[in-house]
Design a protein around this ligand. Structure first.
Ligand code: ARG
Length: 475
């Protein structure tokens, strides 16, 4: 069924219909479209554009349709173009031509932005809850491993020993920033475009604030032309989702390395790893690898939308229909990936022995020597040079720093006295870094606890927002 036709002599060509059809992906907006129709109906009644009796009929039919869609009893047909026309057809099948009354004072242009905003306000909160859950799992594993000493890396080379708990927790810090980005996105997105009509607002809906309130929005956008053209909220959501998947990809890369035979730091649970069809001994970290791979996909989706928007004239242009598949895909990608990553991390076994065995190797404590001299008023650059000579001495002898005796130290530089020897111990080095952001176990614990509280706050607010929105939308 077309929503236009009066001025047309012929039906749309099949190829046009095939190209412009969006029902196969926008049908998921049906319940949001109905919620926004109900809110719009309330405005039309208030303005006496629709009588109370008609409104009652439409209201009942719309709610019935919504229930049947939820129950999986109602589906669009191949002849439906998009979610709006499919719902109008269904409504008219129940109430007759009067179903078309809802079209007064609105256009598919403001309808689609309203639907998409509401949908995303629900779905991004769902993603936030999954991110929060993963972050909490990461922090739990961090707590369990806080006193495991690991070699910390820069340039993927052993750098300085760190608490392995801190290594794990760093991912939760990145995820918390994602949560705060979502909260911030919600604040900016939470304004209703309904009432913009095609682009100029409508004389029939002088108070769009009413529908906005019914739909749970905190206000109304300030410019109808901007409102129907704006897809910043989609682009931002795509960016946030891309960044989450980039965070997951970096986590994935580490777990891929950790599970390699060369590292042997992590053994994945059978349920969260895969085998090989040809090599019976293999156990592969597919979740971690897919986490790396999926980031390519979400970044591609972001790039798609930004490219669609670049140079696009205001107000509505059909190009904007290309906003939906990328965001739906990125959402689905993360909604599947996040629980898989959480499962993999919560069931992984960490090998303290393997992790710790490398932590003192590779002259990871060379900085301690420079610090030791700096504490004795030797300029750090000079101390750095002395430490470098100590490393070269060890390399030539084929020994580690911990093998050094007083006589070795004295032969390199007389300022390297025997009280340096106990400092060349990995645990001591880790525990000496007691600043609030440092790697000592007590500081890692304290920082994790603060983070956990922030995550719990995000979680509480997200659940509350989701509950309130689901209630007003009747989801
Ligand atoms: N399916 C369209 C979209 O997703 C709905 C809006 C259509 N508006 C129009 N004037 N043709 O953008």
């Amino acid at each position: 069924m077309n929503l236009w036709g009066g001025r047309f002599e012929s039906l749309p060509a099949e190829s046009l219909f095939a190209l412009s059809r969006s029902i196969h992906f926008d049908w998921r907006l049906a319940r949001y479209d109905i919620a926004s129709s109900l809110a719009h109906l309330a405005s039309l009644v208030e303005e006496k554009v629709v009588s109370a009796d008609t409104a009652k009929l439409l209201d009942q039919a719309l709610r019935e349709i919504s229930r049947e869609i939820t129950a999986g009893e109602l589906h669009p047909t191949v002849e439906d173009e998009d979610v709006h026309s499919a719902l109008e057809r269904l409504l008219k099948e129940r109430v007759g031509e009067v179903g078309g009354a809802l079209r007064a004072g609105r256009s598919r242009n403001d309808q689609i932005v309203t639907d998409l905003k509401l949908f995303l306000l629900v779905q991004m909160r769902d993603v936030a809850l999954k991110v929060a859950s993963l972050a909490k799992t990461v922090l739990k594993r961090s707590e369990e491993n806080v006193d495991v000493i690991a070699p910390g890396f820069t340039h993927l080379q052993h750098a300085q020993p760190v608490s392995f708990g801190q290594e794990l927790a760093k991912h939760a810090f990145a995820l918390e920033r994602d949560l705060s980005r979502i909260a911030n996105w919600i604040d900016r997105t939470d304004l209703s475009p309904l009432g913009s009509g095609a682009l100029a607002g409508s004389s029939l809906v002088p108070l769009p604030e009413k529908a906005a309130k019914i739909l749970g929005f905190s206000g109304v956008v300030g410019n109808s032309i901007d409102a129907v053209s704006d897809r910043d909220f989609v682009a931002e959501a795509l960016f946030i989702l891309s960044l989450i998947s980039i965070h997951l990809s970096r986590m994935g890369e580490e777990f891929t390395l950790y599970t390699s035979q060369e590292f042997g730091w992590v053994v994945l649970a059978d349920a969260y790893s895969t085998g090989s069809s040809i090599m019976p001994q293999k156990k592969n970290p597919d979740i971690a690898e897919l986490a790396r791979g999926k980031a390519g996909r979400t970044i591609g989706n972001l790039t798609t939308l930004l490219t669609v928007l670049k140079g696009l004239p205001f107000a509505y242009n059909r190009d904007l229909q290309e906003d939906k598949e990328p965001i739906f895909d990125s959402l689905e990608t993360l909604q599947i990936l996040l629980p898989a990553m959480e499962g993999m991390i919560s069931t992984a076994t960490f090998s303290r022995e393997k992790i710790e065995s490398g932590s003192g190797r590779g002259f990871a404590l060379a900085t301690e020597i420079a610090d030791f001299l700096a504490a004795r008023n030797v300029p750090f650059s000079e101390g750095h040079d002395v430490a470098g000579r100590v490393v070269r001495y060890c390399e030539e002898k084929g020994i580690e720093l911990s093998d050094l005796k007083e006589v070795d130290l004295q032969s390199i530089d007389t300022r390297l006295t025997s009280d340096l020897i106990p400092l060349l111990d990995v645990r001591g080095a880790v525990e000496s870094r007691r600043s609030s952001l440092g790697t000592s176990t007590s500081k890692v614990r304290a920082a994790n606890n603060l983070l956990l509280r922030k995550i719990a706050d995000h979680e509480g607010m997200t659940k509350q927002g989701l509950g309130a929105l689901s209630k007003v939308l009747g989801l």
